[in-house]
Structures are given as structure tokens and as C-alpha cells.
Design a protein around this ligand. Structure first.
Ligand SMILES: Cc1cc2nc3c(=O)[nH]c(=O)nc-3n(C[C@H](O)[C@H](O)[C@H](O)COP(=O)(O)OP(=O)(O)OC[C@H]3O[C@@H](n4cnc5c(N)ncnc54)[C@H](O)[C@@H]3O)c2cc1C
Length: 410
């Protein structure tokens, strides 16, 4: 039996594994390292998070992104205003894994069930692993959301934004549905490739901090910086709570948490993207009502500000985000009824532990408990530290030292 199994090898899983290794708690970690960033983000994408908010969490903050830039001879690092190419984040994540995690098993977990003293984790290879505790860090991908209104389209005419790592396969005219960063950046990248693109957004496009976003912190006066300091999820005192107080977020009323967990910081685009979209490519404002196939094309029916309209396209990309819903995680089916939920996300205590003792959730699914920072890399330190505090409680450590818990065998 291993002490801890971590399901997921993205920023959250890797950060937790680094902390487990730091405390010499035997663990195994499953999943494809950095796969969301490597296989599901469009090539050429830039991160919206700042440099200082894109650190994976090793114990003692040993390997921040700045260190990776330094070690690889990249001279352009800055905490604020740095635009990080997605490929650089992938390389950083893999190097973080090499230095602070070690071996990751790329197998998929297909079933999770309880045993007398922990869990049985079944892999797609058929292997069965016993673990005392499990940390689920599977990210947002399983929670992809496509609006019901697009249900009438065949799959060759419709994809989710996360299916479009390689935009070069798209030709003709593409409709991108959504008004968040993913929609805006995908539309900009398509346009820059010479593909005809129309953005369909429910309301006028919103931009985060278009004036200040690109200016390095040092160029701003002290007064400006005090008035509008930078926090992990963005500048301005109003973001402080959502960004820096995940421990307090848990104590807000449940309805407020459900609302703020996913509505804060979206849908809107980064200020630095504005000049690549605004006035550059066509934007249609309206509510998507229905979609159908006609003569091999997708035809979208839209209720616009001036009444009904339609939009024809050779392909539709639903850049319509994610909805945390544990029912979408097939491997959880045997435990689902025992997990207390808020909406369809797990209710978590201060150690990210669910109502199933020993079963933890971090990352996207934990946002209704700890707030919007759990949707971003910035939340990895808080999550990894809290989970670690729980699994390294004196009683757990005592058992470990006494050998009541068997050491990792794999
Ligand atoms: C388009 C887009 C842009 C974004 N930009 C930013 C940004 O600029 N800055 C930022 O901070 N955040 C950004 N995010 C949010 C991003 O999702 C998180 O920051 C981060 O990737 C979450 O990390 P994670 O480890 O929770 O999940 P992920 O990175 O999604 O990793 C999930 C891991 O789980 C594994 N897994 C899944 N199911 C199983 C299974 N059954 N068995 C085994 N393993 C499994 C996968 O293989 C993978 O290793 C963006 C998200 C999107 C979609």
C-alpha cells in the first residue's frame, strides 16, 4: 500500500507531489504531465497570468518560474507584464517534475473504491494500487461545457476550445462562441493565421485592465502601486479577497461561493489582447438560441440586440468554459453518493478533504470551497500546503514512523 495517490499531473498534482516528496511521504502520481497545456491549449497561446502568479509550488518555493527562466538562459523574466508562451510553461512544468517530483505514471485512473483502510485505485493498464489517501487533481478538462443550443450540430462542425491545440486544421470561416480569454485568444490566433473568424459573444467584450496590464510595476509610481497593487489573480484591491484569502472564502454563504467561484475574473480578456481583437475581427453580440446543419455548414440562430439574426460557419468552436461536476468523473462513480456536494462540486474542509475520509480534491473542483484562485496556477501553493498539513498530521506521521503504514512498494 502507498500512503498517498495523486490523480493528475498538472500544476496542482505536481505541486502536491513535490510537497509529499519533500516530507518523504511515499506516494504515486498518475496522469500525463502538463497535458492540458501541452495538448489542449492552442499553439501560440500566451498565459494570462503574470510571472509571479505562474509558479508551481515546491516546498520553500525552491523552483519558481523566475528560476527556470534564469537556468535556461531566458533573460526577459519579470514578475509583472511578462507574457509567458504556453510552450515555456510546459517546459517549466516538466523540469519542475524532473527536479521535485520524479517518476509520474501516465496511466489513467478508471476506478476508485474504498477498502477497510483506504482506497483501491484501478488503472487503465489493469493494475490495482492500494492507498491510504487519495488527492484528486484532474483539472477542468473533464468538465468541458458546450451549450445545449449547439446540440443540433454534428461533431465535424463543432468542437470545444480545448480540442483545438492545432488551429491549422481549421479552414474557411470559423465561428467562435464565447467572450472569455479562451474565446478571444483563439479568435485572434485564427485571424492571424488568415482564417475567417466571427466571434459570437453574449455581451459587449470586457477587458481586464487594458491600460495598465503591460506596464512593468517599476514604471508605476509608488502611489499608483499602493492604490492598485498587483495580486495573484490581477491588480486592484477588489481582487485582493478572491486572490489572497482562499481560507476565508470557505466561510462565505454557499450561494455566494457558488456564484463567485466561477463568475469572478470572467468572462473577459486580458488587456494585452485587446489590440488583436477590438476593431480587428468581426464580433456579433447576441444570445445563441439554436444551431443546425445546412448545406454542410453550421448555421447559428442568434437573438441579437436588433432582433433575430443568423451566422453561418464552416466550423464552430465552443469556447464556453467548464462546469465543475463530479458526475463527469467516471472513476468516482462508486463513491459519488458518499461525497457531500455543493452544486455538483465536493464540499471540502480546511484540508481539502471531502466527506469521504482520506479523499481530497484540489484545483478546479475545489473552487466552490476555496474560491477562484483554485482555477489558476496561483492557487497551487495554498492547496498543496493545506493538503500536506492534513496528511502529515502527527497521528498520520506517527503511524508512518511506526511502520503501521507500509512503505511505498512501487
Ligand atoms: C484556455 C485556458 C487558459 C488558461 N490560462 C491560464 C493562465 O494563464 N494562468 C493560470 O494560472 N491558469 C490558466 N488556466 C487554468 C488552468 O486550468 C489551471 O491553471 C491549471 O492547469 C490547473 O491545473 P490542474 O493541475 O488542476 O489541472 P490540469 O493542468 O488540467 O491537469 C490535470 C491532470 O489530471 C490528469 N488526469 C485527468 N483525469 C485523469 C484520470 N482519470 N487518471 C489519471 N490522471 C488524470 C491529466 O492527465 C493531467 O495530468 C487556463 C485554462 C484554460 C482552459
Amino acid at each position: 500500500m502507498v500512503e498517498v495517490v495523486v490523480i493528475g499531473a498538472g500544476p496542482y498534482g505536481l505541486s502536491t507531489a513535490a510537497h509529499l516528496r519533500g516530507l518523504q511521504i511515499p506516494f504515486r502520481i498518475f496522469g500525463k504531465p502538463m497535458t492540458l497545456w501541452r495538448d489542449n491549449m492552442p499553439k501560440g497561446m500566451l498565459l494570462k497570468s503574470d510571472g509571479f502568479a505562474s509558479n508551481l509550488a515546491a516546498p520553500d518555493n525552491e523552483f519558481p518560474l523566475s528560476r527556470f527562466y534564469e537556468d535556461t538562459g531566458r533573460r526577459d523574466y519579470s514578475d509583472i507584464g511578462l507574457r509567458i508562451p504556453v510552450q515555456t510553461l510546459v517546459e517549466y512544468g516538466l523540469e519542475f517534475q524532473r527536479r521535485h517530483v520524479g517518476a509520474v505514471d501516465p496511466s489513467q485512473v478508471v476506478r476508485l473504491s474504498r477498502t477497510a483502510d483506504g482506497f483501491e485505485v484501478v488503472l487503465d493498464t489493469g493494475e490495482q494500487v492500494l492507498a491510504r489517501k487519495v488527492v484528486v487533481a484532474v483539472g477542468p478538462l473533464a468538465f468541458r461545457h458546450v451549450p445545449e443550443a449547439l446540440a443540433g450540430l454534428p461533431s465535424r462542425l463543432l468542437s470545444h476550445s480545448s480540442d483545438n491545440h492545432d488551429l491549422s486544421r481549421l479552414k474557411g470561416h470559423v465561428a467562435v462562441v464565447g467572450g472569455g480569454q479562451s474565446a478571444l485568444e483563439t479568435a485572434a490566433l485564427l485571424h492571424e493565421r488568415g482564417v475567417g473568424v466571427t466571434l459570437l459573444a453574449r455581451r459587449k467584450l470586457l477587458w481586464f485592465d487594458p491600460a495598465n496590464e503591460d506596464r512593468p510595476q517599476t514604471e508605476r509610481s509608488l502611489l499608483a502601486r499602493v492604490r492598485r497593487p498587483n495580486f495573484g489573480l490581477g491588480p486592484g484591491w477588489r481582487t485582493w479577497f478572491w486572490s489572497e484569502a482562499p481560507h476565508a472564502f470557505r466561510h462565505l454563504p454557499a450561494t455566494t461561493r457558488m456564484d463567485k467561484a466561477f463568475s469572478t475574473f470572467g468572462p473577459a480578456g486580458s488587456g494585452w489582447l485587446k489590440h488583436r481583437v477590438d476593431g480587428v475581427l468581426p464580433v456579433q453580440i447576441g444570445r445563441l438560441m439554436a444551431a443546425r446543419e445546412q448545406n454542410g455548414q453550421a448555421v447559428l440562430s442568434v437573438m441579437g440586440v436588433d432582433g433575430p439574426a443568423s451566422l453561418a460557419a464552416d466550423h464552430v468552436i465552443a469556447a464556453t468554459g467548464y462546469k465543475a461536476d463530479l458526475r463527469r468523473l467516471g472513476f468516482l462513480s462508486e463513491l459519488l453518493d458518499d461525497i457531500d456536494r455543493i452544486g455538483h462540486a465536493p464540499v471540502l474542509d480546511s484540508g481539502f478533504e471531502s466527506s469521504v475520509a482520506g479523499l481530497h480534491f484540489i484545483g478546479y473542483a475545489s473552487a466552490p470551497s476555496f474560491g477562484p484562485s483554485m482555477r489558476f496556477i496561483y492557487g497551487t501553493r495554498f492547496a498543496a500546503t493545506r493538503v500536506m498539513r492534513r496528511v502529515s498530521r502527527p497521528s498520520f506521521r506517527r503511524d508512518l514512523a511506526r511502520g503501521t503504514l507500509q512503505q511505498q512498494t512501487a
